[in-house]
Design a protein around this ligand. Structure first.
Ligand code: FES
Ligand code: MG
Length: 565
């Protein structure tokens, strides 16, 4: 290990004279580190969300080894530590329910440990946002490196990506796909560790981290098991030592402008609606909360630049091959503020000019030629006074302006019980409404907003309908889903007042979502609403009492405006 002296570091505990320094070094010898190895250099924590319960993150130990190589090469001293890990497939009632707990874990571990900087290893949907939120509030020099997308599956001569499960599941329910074929899909869908291999939440959040200046440019799309990802991890290890030496903290990097940049990149990528929640939460921590008007302003005029699954045809690897996130950013032109810092600690203007090849073909199209604007949009109106979000990329354009009668489901059980009932009164023009699955009602907004099309309609060839809920949906889903309706039904939002047959009018172009029912009638219905029962103990109670609505990113109220000095 090269020895280099550093002035005044948080990790100076390891080189301190006196009893505290003695004790710190003495305990490190238990891990086989000599006193010479631990003193006089920046100490870099590696916050690892590796877990066998999170298959998407199960490759992070290899990445941690590469980060350590980089830290050591740059003269730092790396120390890896575990944090909570949140797995989309396994955490119930939803992974978002525990995102703030993980953010608190990350924040407290960083602030209470003798480290000068930290590399955050995440991947699966909620892990990266939890790390960004926790690191922002801890406010110690930080960089992320995500797990990266997993290998494509192969089923016969067909390539499988994660989003295929939704349409194949519809086909299986409708009897169009045999049980045998369905079993084959199960065994060949996920061919390696790593995150969902489409522009789902995990990849969107890895790109968000890049856009925010919290990950190295070009790192988000490198395949999970590739040598290039390990090299990027090593580079991240080198870079964090520089960032720690410079004392560049998240509050200097993650500005309001950086958040606007990230929102626009998300929309340009046809990214996950979940990213809007996480960025709203981060904006709250930055002290620059986003209201519906600001979000709409931010998204205005942002073209859909990428053509990748689930909203397009190409694979993430195709987008990676034509320059990845930096190429999208370059194509955004004036819509991206290039004075903001990239993960290299230099302004984006230098990366875009010197680094990014912009080849507008295949997975990326020129913003000028992009026929469709706005991968994401916000609507508001009498059915969602504080807004709801729509992923226009992936929706049936004809349904973006639609009026139809509501078919209402109270929670997931009711939905499962009745959606395929042949006696359900529903047509392709109906508007499916699912409520009671918001931040408080879910709790934690489970990803059930992609309400399945009723079996009878699937058999008749219907592939999309207008569907509205206070839930989220998986970033791998697509269709005309109006999500995060706010305020949610459980706290008395208008969604709680809808009845079967009520006319619901959606006009995404005008930014409207309205319940066409007389106000007197709504008042009468409101008087009959009952309050949700509060849990008596534990995290459940903390969540119930402090979680904010979707428009504020579902952060806890007491964690807002929270960068430590
Ligand atoms: Fe983990 Fe999709 S389930 S990234
Ligand atoms: Mg998800």
């Amino acid at each position: 290990m090269p020895q280099e002296s550093v002035s005044q570091t948080t990790g100076e505990l390891f080189s301190a004279k006196g009893f505290d320094g003695f004790l710190a070094r003495a305990f490190m010898t238990a891990e086989g580190f000599s006193p010479e190895a631990v003193g006089q250099r920046p100490v870099i924590g590696i916050a690892n969300s590796w877990s066998e319960l999170t298959p998407c993150n199960a490759g992070l130990r290899e990445l941690a080894a590469a980060v350590k190589r980089g830290v050591i090469a740059a003269g730092g001293f790396p120390l890896e530590f575990p944090t909570i890990s949140l797995s989309e497939p396994y955490i119930r009632p939803s992974s978002l329910y525990l995102r703030n707990l993980m953010a608190m874990d990350v924040e407290e571990m960083i602030t209470s440990s003798p480290i000068d900087g930290v590399v955050l290893l995440g991947g699966c949907d909620k892990t990266v946002p939890a790390q960004l939120m926790g690191a922002y509030s801890a406010n110690r020099p930080s960089l992320t490196i995500a797990a990266g997308p997993r290998a494509l599956g192969r089923w016969g001569d067909r390539e499988l990506t994660t989003d295929d499960i939704w349409s194949l599941s519809d086909d299986h329910r409708a009897g169009l796909l045999s049980d045998e074929d369905w079993s084959c899909v199960e065994t060949c869908l996920n061919d390696s560790v790593g995150t969902c291999n489409v522009m789902g939440t995990a990849t969107t959040m890895a790109i968000v981290a890049e856009a925010l200046g919290m990950a190295l440019p070009g790192s988000a799309l490198l395949p999970a098991t590739s040598a290039r990802r390990r090299a990027a991890a090593e580079k991240t290890g080198r870079q964090i030592v520089e960032r720690a030496r410079a004392g560049l903290t998240p509050s200097q990097v993650v500005t309001r402008e950086a958040i606007w940049n990230a929102i626009r990149v998300t929309a340009a990528c046809g990214g996950s609606t979940n990213a809007l929640l996480h960025l709203a939460a981060l904006a709250g921590r930055v002290g620059e909360p986003l209201d519906t008007g600001e979000l709409r302003e931010c998204l205005r005029g942002v073209p859909l630049i990428t053509d990748v699954r689930p909203a397009g045809d190409y694979h993430l690897s195709d987008l990676d091959a034509v320059g990845g996130a930096p190429a999208v950013i370059a194509e955004l032109g004036d819509l991206f503020d290039t004075t903001q810092l990239a993960g290299t600690d230099r302004p984006w203007s230098e990366i875009i000019v010197h680094g990014a090849p912009v080849r507008t073909s295949g997975a990326i199209r020129s913003s000028v030629s992009s026929a469709r604007t706005a991968g994401l949009a916000v609507v508001a109106g009498t059915l969602a006074p504080d807004g709801a979000v729509v992923k226009c990329a992936g929706a049936d354009e004809r349904l973006l302006r639609h009026c139809g009668p509501a078919v209402v489901f109270d929670g997931v059980e009711d939905l499962h019980d009745r959606i395929d009932d042949p006696n359900l009164e529903v047509t392709a023009d109906s508007v499916l409404v699912l409520r009671g699955v918001g931040p408080v009602g879910g709790p934690g907004m489970p990803e059930v907003g992609a309400i399945p099309i009723p079996k009878t309609l699937v058999q008749a060839g219907v592939r999309d309908m207008v569907r509205i809920s206070d839930a989220r949906m998986s970033g791998t889903s697509s269709g005309t889903m109006i999500l995060h309706a706010c305020p949610e039904a459980a706290v008395g939002g208008p969604l709680a007042l809808v009845r079967d047959g009520d006319a619901v009018e959606l006009d995404v172009h005008a930014g409207r979502l309205d319940l066409l029912v007389d106000e007197h009638e709504l008042e009468a219905r409101r008087a009959r609403l009952s309050q949700a029962k509060a849990p008596s103990r534990g995290f459940e109670r903390l969540h119930h009492e402090h979680v904010l609505q979707a428009s504020e990113g579902c952060d806890f109220d007491f964690l807002r405006s929270g960068a430590r000095v």
